[in-house]
Ligand binder design. Structure first.
Ligand code: GTR
Length: 423
């Protein structure tokens, strides 16, 4: 019980302490703004076809996001160092084949490594499409499955307010099961792969030393350059390493892998999916500011809040945009456009005003013309839909009732969307 209380307290504190009372929530007071255009190159030339998009506009946007926002990540390693630690064909009461795969990030024994949990429908006759997700709380919280090894979890001690790495208690098994909906995913014929972001780098200012980024510092560097990756870049890079593994797994249809993340991990999914085109679908669940929401909208969280509360998430250059969103040569529609022409799902929750649902919708709607270059339909509307009325085709959006969370309703929409994209 005690541990569950600590985890709840910790997760709550992540969301709560960063929300100042003076955030703007009155739509009528949101000032007008002017956005950079998706289909215009920085030199002013118009983008009229898919080839110009792919060979010129996309690379310049990717470079801009690398330099100004998330920081550049290292290249794909020449070899993935991994080990299939266990395989059980009768997991979850016989419904699933479960694999635990350890991915090693460094050469030395103390270097960071992550455990990837892979569930596939038991008895599948051919390789299956997979949802790959990042977890806030550890892979053993995904399902109450005693076959998942308990790991260590970074938690903030309520007394000292310091973060500590503690062995997870058995009671935390399945603690975040409602956010993963494993039964629904398996019943739809898909697999689910999940890793714990804390295995890659813990999530607090000053935590870099415990994660993978030090492995890539250049000689003489004690911290990444202003245009080198932050924690979001590191978590996203690990998602690509999970993808490297999925490509090697013969039970997985690696051409059909959807990358999923919620909140800060939704921002992470967008950036990882923007860079790594092997992800055929990218799902942003309430990614908010720095994710799907238009930054120039003065509603809910702002750039200055991100940089003040989470200085480790973005790169050094991003700090200069505090209260200067109008000067950004980018905005969220351009981040989202980097997923084109693959499947993109953006989802919001009505009570999650901090994430700016309307800003998230507009990001997806304003990115959609890029899908048009490829003969695909995006959102196809500029009016926010009503609650529980998903809109769009290869770019899709919904807003549901309720709080900042991932729910069964959200997963039902993602499964439906995946069936459409992977038909
Ligand atoms: C909040 C943060 C948001 C969002 C959220 C989360 O505190 O301000 O940008 O990422 O955390 O990740 O839960």
């Amino acid at each position: 019980m005690f541990r569950r209380v600590v985890i709840t307290w910790y997760l709550f504190s992540l969301a709560a302490f960063a929300q100042p009372a003076q955030a703007l929530y009155d739509e009528s007071k949101v000032p007008a703004y002017k956005l950079p255009e998706a289909l215009v190159l920085r030199n002013g030339e118009k983008v009229r076809d898919a080839k110009t998009w792919t060979t010129r506009r996309r690379p310049e946007l990717l470079a801009m996001y690398g330099t100004e926002v998330f920081g550049h990540s290292p290249d794909r390693p020449s070899k993935l160092n991994y080990e299939v630690a266990s395989v059980d064909g009768k997991a979850l009461g016989g419904k699933a084949l479960r694999k635990i795969v350890t991915v090693y990030f460094g050469e030395k024994s103390g270097d960071p490594k992550m455990n990837l949990l892979v569930y596939l429908p038991a008895g599948a006759k051919k390789p299956v499409p997979v949802f790959l997700g990042l977890s806030f709380a550890g892979i053993w919280t995904v399902a109450a499955d005693p076959g998942i090894p308990l790991g260590e979890q970074w938690v903030r001690n309520p007394q000292t307010r310091e973060y500590e790495k503690l062995a997870a208690a058995d009671k935390t098994r399945g603690a975040s099961a409602s956010q993963w909906q494993v039964d629904k995913i398996l019943a739809a014929g898909y697999g689910l792969a999940v890793f714990y972001y804390g295995n890659v780098e813990p999530d607090f200012a000053g935590s870099m030393k415990y994660g993978i980024r030090p492995l890539f510092l250049k000689p003489g560097e004690s911290e990444p350059a202003p245009d080198a990756w932050g924690a979001i870049g590191a978590w996203g890079w690990a998602a690509s390493r999970a993808m490297d593994y999925l490509e090697k797994d013969k039970d997985v249809d690696a051409r059909r892998v959807a990358l999923f993340g919620h909140s800060r991990l939704g921002k992470t999914a967008l950036w990882a999916g923007a860079q790594d085109t092997r992800f055929s679908i990218v799902i942003s669940n309430e990614s908010g500011e720095g994710g799907a929401a238009i930054s120039r909208r003065e509603y809910g969280e702002r750039t200055r809040n991100l940089n003040a509360s989470f200085p480790h998430w973005f790169d050094g250059n991003f700090k200069k945009y505090d209260d200067r969103e109008a000067d950004m040569p980018f905005d969220s529609h351009l981040l989202l456009s980097l997923i084109a022409p693959r499947g993109l799902y953006v989802a919001s929750a009505e009570e999650d005003r901090w994430s700016d649902p309307k800003g998230e919708f507009l990001g997806a709607a304003l990115a959609s013309p890029v899908w048009g270059l490829f003969g695909k339909q995006g959102i196809g509307a500029m009016e926010m839909p009503a609650l529980h009325q998903p809109v769009g085709a290869t770019v899709r959006y919904h807003i549901r009732a309720g709080k900042h969370d991932v729910t069964a309703y959200d997963w039902e929409q993602y499964l439906h969307f995946a069936a459409f994209v992977w038909k």
